[in-house]
Unconditional design. Structure first.
Length: 574
């Protein structure tokens, strides 16, 4: 089995086109083909019977066949459109499900805009092949075969002239089709990159305007558009060659058939009606053959699109529901953890434990791996070596969905989704949440006052990425969301960094109140917010260089003592 046929079967099994509608559409298409093949025979009989007088019944039969052809074609095309939409919906659903369950590491290596192109452009190409063009290929192939058989019964010598042209045509077309596949694949890859570029630029339009980079970004887009234009020109060159070649072959065959046929009529080998029927069948062969060459080109294009789709579908997903259910939270332990995003390790031999209900703070310079520890806690990544354990059990033994339900992660710039404030606060929650619970969470996060000040209150639209809110407002909504989630483990990565001094104080009090009942982990550059932590972990160059309370580290750790003095001195100067 060739790789192409295997790929096609795999695509068929994946999309599962509705067999019932597909069968009806095929039957109607065959009926349409059969009627179109029958019409020339009746026209031949009509012409041959003119010498015996006018035949209204024969004309009525031919007109009736034309109506059957129109009706069967219309219904078949409608069913094919339904099939195509069902195929593309199923394929897009499978891709979207795949994207949702791919690990974070996949998105570290791939641009989200390119993945959008897989769902939109590539699936549309596959849809066209598996619905309309596949049926056309079957009916056109059958039409050509049956028409040739009928032509043989009419006149063998003229049929041989026709048959001689078919292999010559395909010998010329196939190399061009292979070239078309290469160009189409490159064009689709470039289209994916362009989609990613446009999505990123439009999403960061404020950055572009703030730094007055309109000209440079315009030039990048223009260059990409020109590259697509060049791909289009290369395709157009091939298509421009295919069309005249097909026209020249058809014209040559037609001239040869008509000329030779006129001789055959004059020599009384065939009748005038048979010649007319032969010419009509000739057109019924030439038009499908032209469609078949288009199918070959489309098939090569679909081959490139399906290859990219299967590349995505073959990626390993996160083991979302594999493993043990998490029955209760407890002691969280890092045991000799090492991790790196590439070959270079960011974390080296990191070990610590956090008891239930305690607060653990991480301090140290930027880039030493503090946020990476949080990513490992959330199991966005798996350690390169070492173990993360919960109550003595390895983290990878637990179901990922249960594991992540234990955590609320508030980042320095927490993401806000398009929608209302209420929808953002309730994001990811299961079951009903009352208005009272929402108000209590927002009050605890010092957000209720400013939310109530909006005309729409909690139903206020936040805009794309929360652009209608200030940075501090977005952060307080994110904190309220974490409070509403009521996690076992609270991860705070510079969670109050975007707040003004007054709001920071109030939110810090709210967080401290919430953290009394949670196992919390805090990353803070402002050491004043973590001096009361149960344990402070000092990190330098990806390793832990000190663990203890604030007082213990002040007495034993020179680097920590220097950080504290530097910050308090800077605070006094301000």
């Amino acid at each position: 089995m060739t790789s192409t046929s295997f790929q096609f079967r795999k695509l068929w099994r994946l999309t599962k086109p509705p067999k019932g509608k597909l069968g009806v559409s095929l039957v109607l298409s065959l009926l349409n083909t059969g009627v179109s093949l029958a019409i020339p025979i009746f026209i031949k009989q009509l012409m041959d019977s003119f010498q015996n007088g006018f035949s209204p019944s024969m004309i009525g039969l031919i007109v009736g066949l034309f109506f059957v052809q129109i009706a069967s074609s219309a219904v078949s095309l409608f069913l094919l459109a339904q099939i195509g939409q069902a195929v593309v919906e199923r394929l897009r659903t499978k891709l979207w499900n795949k994207f949702i369950h791919l690990p974070i590491s996949f998105y570290d290596q791939n641009r989200s805009g390119e993945m959008v192109s897989r769902i939109t452009n590539d699936t549309t190409i596959v849809m066209n092949l598996l619905s309309t063009e596949m049926i056309e290929f079957i009916t056109n192939s059958l039409s050509v075969i049956v028409a040739i058989i009928i032509l043989i019964t009419i006149d063998v010598p003229m049929t041989l002239i026709l048959l001689a042209a078919i292999p010559v045509t395909f010998l010329v077309i196939m190399p061009m089709a292979r070239k078309m596949y290469k160009i189409s694949k490159e064009q689709q890859d470039h289209m994916s990159k362009l989609t990613a570029f446009l999505a990123q630029m439009l999403g960061e339009i404020r950055l572009i305007k703030a730094y007055t980079t309109e000209k440079s970004e315009f030039d990048k887009g223009k260059e990409s558009f020109h590259s697509l234009y060049q791909f289009g020109i290369r395709r157009a060159k091939i298509e421009a060659l295919i069309s005249p070649i097909m026209s020249a072959v058809m014209t040559g065959v037609l001239i040869a058939i008509v000329g030779f046929g006129a001789y055959r009529v004059s020599a009384a080998y065939i009748s005038a009606g048979e010649l007319v029927a032969f010419v009509l069948y000739l057109f019924q062969i030439m038009i499908p053959i032209s469609s078949l060459t288009r199918f070959v080109t489309s098939f090569q294009q679909t081959k490139g699109a399906s290859e990219r789709i299967f590349q995505i579908l073959d990626e390993a997903e996160e083991p979302y529901e594999d493993g043990l259910a998490v029955k209760e939270a407890g002691v969280l332990t890092f045991n000799n953890i090492a991790f790196g995003y590439g070959e270079d390790l960011i974390l080296k031999n990191v070990s610590f434990s956090a008891q239930p209900g305690t607060m653990t703070a991480f301090v140290g310079p930027s880039g030493v791996g503090k946020s990476t520890i949080f990513s490992l806690m959330e199991r966005f990544y798996e350690p390169s070596s070492g173990e993360i354990r919960l109550n003595g059990q390895r983290s990878d033994a637990y179901q990922l969905k249960d594991w992540r339900a234990l955590f609320s992660y508030v980042q320095q710039d927490s993401p806000i989704l398009v929608g209302t404030i209420r929808e953002n606060m309730m994001y990811g929650l299961q079951g009903e949440v009352t208005d009272q619970e929402i108000r209590e969470a927002s009050t605890q996060a010092n957000a209720h006052e400013f939310i109530s000040g909006f005309p729409q209150g909690y139903d206020t639209l936040v805009g794309e990425r929360g652009i209608n809110l200030s940075g501090g407002q977005r952060q307080r909504i994110a904190i309220a969301r974490a409070i509403l989630r009521n996690p076992e483990f609270l991860l705070l990565d510079e969670a109050t960094a975007s707040l003004d001094s007054e709001s920071e104080k109030l939110v810090q009090q709210a967080l401290e109140s919430m953290m009394k009942e949670k196992t919390s982990f805090v990353i803070a550059h402002r050491l004043s917010t973590v001096v009361n932590a149960d344990q402070i972990i000092v990190m330098q160059n990806g390793t832990i260089t000190g663990v203890g309370t604030h007082e213990e580290l002040m007495n034993t750790h020179d680097f920590y003592r220097g950080l504290v003095r530097q910050q308090f001195q800077a605070g006094e100067e301000n």
